[in-house]
Design a protein around this ligand. Structure first.
Ligand code: NDP
Length: 773
């Protein structure tokens, strides 16, 4: 049976475009004429020029940020319910315009009308509804938190209006105002959205849109009055932004690229898995950050699976995206097509075989035949690089362990799709893959209530659900005193014994459960309020690497029950209590103002962390029909901690204990000025059943050690308490692996336990499980 054409009318959208010869900015509720240059906007399916779009200048970015700043106080002051009514109005208006917006998006991006009509635009409306709900509940569900301020948001071209909704809805619900920059390839639906903002009477300046290219994005990211930047796009630009924002104190969330595994076990429903591939890599022309772009199939079923996949490939239809019978439309631009084509040629040159659907592509437009590579090896460029087009790589595996090893053999960690009829196998694999989102017997499904985001070089931060809201909320900022710099350490050769007058201790390092000498054999003199009080080991890069290795080996800690971790922490509290007098004396010698209070707070903090170990839980969310979505709080793995000088005991433990309670192992740098206080913990750790390698403590020059921790690939997240220049240094040093870095440059009150420290000891993994009839 042949399909007849079933075109969707584009008349209304084209009429709308005709009356807009340039897509302008939306600033302070108005559409000012662009000051700078403009560029053409194409329909990638036909190569026709649809209109032009403004390329925002620095002055226009500045005007938009000023408008957002001016609108902020009133918007923030609105009751949650009032903001909810605006978000609800946005949702309703998007719904009323669903067909128009779907056609506009298809014309601009090249994706099929089936996808814009059935997926993108309904999800846009869903996001505004969902976040109208969070706005309504803000006072009850996020007590004590306030909006971050003016949020800069930069989005890509692959889901233009949907990415806008993912960014704008939570920001507004939380009481922020925004300046959003769409991709210059796809500006149309953002403009239509701006018009909806005017129609619903959204106060001027709450949403501002500056059209433009990368330079406009860079100006927005660099604007000094932006409090937070949220970015979705390539890992390369994510790195540029991480570097650009280093030391600025701006909050940053990055949703970057992926090379996500699609794992088919021999007990999978193979027909369902083949349909899964269609949704994984041929959905949206493969221009999906979480596309299942590496298909891993268990050897025993590989032949049958690929036979079925080949058969399915024959039936794919590629062509006019406005035709409702098409499976795939055009890729976003000829430039993107050239990029994909070059990567495919490279895959073939490296020895892989490219199998493609036997489609006749339209003569005009940027069309790309879908397919997959066979004969790819893990080291091939196409196995490691995001193609961002409709072609997957394939590999086979023998055992579930091998599947997980292959799945994790990537620098990314955005998503994974697991196919198996065996619930144990599916869940075990979901737990073992390094990915922020895992679909079991499904792929590429999304919901506003399900947090989405990556691990490793796929970025950090979550969008959607409660975790997504927290990205746009903060504790009210209390002006903090900047931290004083510790004095440069006075280095003496390490003799291993007390060798100076009035010195009663020479502390070593604590690595892998043992007290060890510093690799360089050096120590430094520690000053108390009345002069030298001892020496501490001067760790170097090698010591940090040894400590990270010890921590990496202690991976079993993340697998023990939360109850077991709590028991160890209670025991640690008990042992701290036994040595209370010793710590009071050490803090007194260090010159701490209220040593007794600090020790008391440290003991209580250990109790608090023990209590939280089995209570700081994830969530279970009702998302799509026949699915339940759970978000588990996974530990990062190895965390780096650079402790503050103020509160040398409490500050150190306030960061270590939540991390360890959540299942991380830590490499902590004790206060540079008061390292002997931290060093006294060695014996507490030795007697508290803390497994070797779970807590490693080093002493030495704060920023030298912090830099090594920031650069180390095995360190998955980093706390840095130090100076402003040190914060800029560690954030820059983390560009290579894009780990989350939390830098505290002001003197903090460590007395009150902060649940935010538990959240920053975990990363949400969202697991979609089939559930219900
Ligand atoms: P980019 O990361 O370059 O673009 C994403 C957004 O960032 C766009 O709005 C872009 O503007 C903007 N931008 C570009 N440079 C800067 C900068 N220096 N500072 C601030 N903002 C900037 O993606 P591309 O469009 O270039 O696509 C290249 C590749 O990136 C794709 O082939 C794909 O592999 C990957 N990608 C991944 C996405 C994801 O969701 N993970 C989404 C899009 C792309 P403008 O486009 O207007 O120049």
């Amino acid at each position: 049976m042949a399909y007849g054409p079933a075109p969707e009318s584009s008349a209304e959208a084209r009429d709308w475009i005709k009356t807009r010869s340039v897509i302008p900015h939306f600033i302070g509720g108005k559409f000012p004429a662009p000051e700078g240059e403009t560029t053409e906007v194409y329909n990638p399916a036909t190569d026709e020029v649809l209109t032009r779009v403004a390329l925002g200048t620095e002055a226009e970015v500045d005007a938009a940020v000023k408008a957002a700043r001016a609108a902020l106080p009133k918007w923030t002051a609105l009751a949650g319910h009032e903001r909810a009514t605006y978000l609800y109005a946005l949702a309703r208006h998007v719904q009323k315009r669903e067909r128009f917006l779907a056609v506009l998006e298809t014309l601009d991006n090249g994706k099929t009308i089936r996808e814009t009509r059935d997926i993108d635009i309904p999800l846009v409306a869903r996001h505004f509804y969902h976040h109208a709900g969070w706005a309504e509940m803000i006072e009850s569900d996020f007590p004590g938190l306030s909006p971050v301020g003016v949020c800069g948001q930069i989005i890509p071209w692959n889901f233009p209006l949907l990415m806008l909704a993912w960014k704008v809805a939570p920001a507004l619900a939380a009481g922020n105002t925004v300046v959003l920059k769409p991709a210059d390839l796809t500006p149309l639906t953002a403009m239509a959205f701006a018009e909806i903002c005017v129609e619903i009477g959204l106060p001027a300046g709450v949403v501002n849109i500056v059209q433009g290219d990368g330079a406009t994005g860079a100006a927005l990211a660099g604007h000094s009055d932006v409090n937070k930047l949220a970015f979705t796009g390539s890992t390369d630009v994510g790195r540029v932004l991480r570097r650009q924002l280093a030391g600025s104190g701006k909050r940053l969330s990055l949703e970057l690229g992926g090379k996500s595994p699609f794992i088919v076990f021999e007990d999978a429903d193979l027909d369902a898995a083949v349909e899964g591939v269609v949704d994984a890599i041929w959905f949206n022309q493969g221009e999906v950050c979480c596309a299942g772009s590496r298909i891993l199939v268990q050897e025993g079923v590989a032949e049958r699976f690929f036979a079925k996949l080949d058969a399915r490939l024959q039936t794919l239809r590629v062509g006019d995206p406005l035709d409702k019978t098409m499976d795939m439309g055009a890729v976003v631009s000829r430039k993107q097509l050239a990029r994909i084509t070059a990567l495919l040629a490279q895959g073939e040159a490296e020895g892989a075989t490219l199998r493609r659907a036997p489609v006749i592509l339209p003569e005009t437009g940027a069309f790309c035949a879908p397919g997959y590579f066979s004969g790819t090896a893990p080291a091939h460029t196409v196995s490691q690089t995001e193609i961002f087009g409709p072609v997957a790589t394939t590999l086979t595996f023998r055992t579930p362990d091998e599947a997980v090893t292959l799945a994790n053999d990537t620098r990314y960690g955005l998503s994974a799709s697991v196919w198996s009829e065996n619930i144990n196998r599916a869940i075990e694999t979901a737990a073992a893959v390094k990915a922020g989102v895992v679909w079991i017997n499904a792929t590429n499904i999304f919901d506003a209530g399900a947090p989405f985001g990556g691990m490793r070089e796929s970025g950090f931060g979550r969008e959607g659900g409660r975790l997504g809201m927290l990205e746009y909320l903060t504790r009210p900022q209390i002006a903090r005193k900047p931290r004083l710099e510790p004095s440069a350490p006075d280095i003496a050769p390490f003799t291993g014994k007390a060798d100076r007058p009035a010195i009663d201790i020479t502390a070593k390092l604590y690595i892998g459960g043992k007290q060890v000498r510093a690799d360089g054999g050096q120590s430094y003199t520690v000053m108390g309020k009345n002069g030298a009080i001892g020496q501490a080991a001067m760790a170097n890069r090698k010591d940090i690497r040894n400590a990270v290795e010890a921590a990496a080996k202690a991976g079993g800690w993340g697998g023990v029950t939360a109850h077991n971790r709590a028991q160890v922490l209670y025991f640690l509290a008990e042992n701290l209590e036994q040595r209370r007098a010793e710590f009071v004396a050490a803090l007194t010698a260090a010159g701490t103002p209220k040593p007794g209070d600090e020790v008391e707070a440290a003991i209580r903090r250990a109790f608090w962390a023990a209590a939280q170990a089995d209570k700081f839980d994830g969530s279970v969310t009702a998302t799509k029909s026949r699915h339940v979505t759970m978000t588990v709080n996974e530990p990062f793995g190895v965390m780096g901690i650079v402790a503050p000088d103020e509160a040398p005991l409490l500050g150190l433990l306030a960061l270590i204990l939540p991390a360890v309670a959540m299942g991380n192992r830590v490499v902590a740098v004790a206060s540079q000025s008061h390292p002997l206080v931290g060093a006294r913990l060695y014996q507490v750790l030795e007697t508290s059943d803390v497994p070797a390698g779970v807590i490693n403590l080093v002493t030495g020059e704060r920023d030298v050690l912090a830099k090594t921790l920031a650069e180390h690939d095995e360190v998955a997240a980093l706390w840095y308490c130090g100076s402003a220049s040190g914060a800029a240094m560690v954030e820059t040093a983390s560009v290579g692996n894009l780990k989350p870095v939390w830098a505290e440059t002001g003197v903090r009150d460590w007395q009150t336990p902060d649940p935010d420290l538990l959240r920053k000891a975990t990363q949400g993994k969202t697991i979609w499980i089939p559930y219900g009839a």
